[in-house]
Design a protein around this ligand. Structure first.
Ligand code: HEC
Length: 281
């Protein structure tokens, strides 16, 4: 190889190494356990309905789901997964909740979210070929999202829900839109390379093209480790330092699909400095 070409190749190698070196040093990133519960057919309308949900009045008055329920995911999820409430077709043996170890980090270019969870004890629901799937929602300025997280998008007439007619996916109700919608990231896990997608939810759910989110995943000793990331400037939600965002997680495991997933109550996220459940330094 002529010397100039060799120097160029070395320079490229250095650039590639620098890019790789900027990826988060995960052992030094603080981790938090997030419990996700099995939600059954609990929808936004259900949560707002006084006759059905004991938290409805205060929720309608402005209190968030997380403010009442963080710490109760396991007992609440167990009641629903068993089919005692909100679940007309329980999956036999389905655990009511799952714990994910979550870390959030950033570098100059990207935001990264790493989740670790075990699939131990999950029955095979045979709804889909993919053994697991992870989804993340990111909200900016939608007030209902700040109070209800994923439930802001989950309605009685969404697919598989109590008043479903057809395959309507999640959406934000008309009277509740005002801040540019919600962004989602998702990745289906299996034996091949993980296939990531991202998009937005407002009056409807729309996939973004080209896909901005990338994903890596490994499954070892019954534990999934999944890292999702996207460029800071390539999503529907503009990510800037110091601003507070809402983040929430959904996990399908045991070959489930659609509403048969686990969902977390909403958490806060700040990039840079600030006070939040997750601070991406
Ligand atoms: C003011 C506190 C409060 C708020 C806010 C609140 N809840 Fe509840 N929620 C309750 C109480 C109380 C119960 C009944 C628990 C029990 O009986 O042990 C309950 C029960 C539930 C249950 C279990 C089903 C049942 O009827 O026992 C689910 C699921 C649930 N809430 C989801 C939500 C969601 C989703 C939100 C936000 C959209 C929310 N809650 C907001 C207080 C609250």
């Amino acid at each position: 190889m002529p010397l100039s070409r060799l120097t160029f190749a070395i320079a490229l190698g250095v650039i590639a190494a620098a890019g790789a070196a900027a990826a988060p040093d995960w052992p030094s990133v603080p981790a938090k356990n997030v419990t996700l519960l099995y939600p059954g057919q609990s929808s936004l309308e259900w949560a707002m309905s006084k006759g059905e949900h004991r938290g409805a009045e205060k929720f309608n008055g402005g209190k968030s789901c997380a403010a009442c329920h963080i710490g109760e995911e396991a007992p609440v999820g167990a009641i629903v997964a068993l089919g005692r409430k909100l679940e007309p077709s329980p999956i036999p043996g389905k655990p009511g909740s799952i714990v994910a170890k979550v870390q959030v980090a950033r570098d100059a270019q990207r935001l990264y979210v790493r989740l670790e969870f075990s699939d131990a004890g999950q029955p095979d629901a045979r709804m889909t070929l993919a053994p697991a799937k992870v989804a993340i929602m990111l909200g900016g300025d939608e007030p209902v999202v700040a109070r209800a997280g994923c439930w802001a998008m989950c309605h009685d007439d969404s697919e598989g829900m109590a008043k479903a007619h057809g395959a309507r996916p999640m959406y934000l109700g008309k009277t509740r839109r005002g801040g540019g919608g919600v962004e989602y990231w998702e990745v289906e896990l299996g034996s091949g390379a993980p296939a990531a997608a991202n998009g937005t939810v407002s009056d409807a759910r729309r996939k973004t093209k080209p896909v901005a989110v990338t994903a890596e995943a490994v499954h070892r000793n019954g534990v999934w480790t999944v890292i999702l990331s996207r460029p800071l400037n390539a999503g529907a939600v503009t990510l800037v330092s110091g601003k507070r965002y809402i983040i929430a997680f959904a996990i399908d495991v045991g070959h489930t699909a659609k509403r048969f997933h686990y969902v977390s109550f909403e958490r806060s996220l700040v990039l840079g400095q600030g006070t939040a459940d997750f601070v991406a330094k």
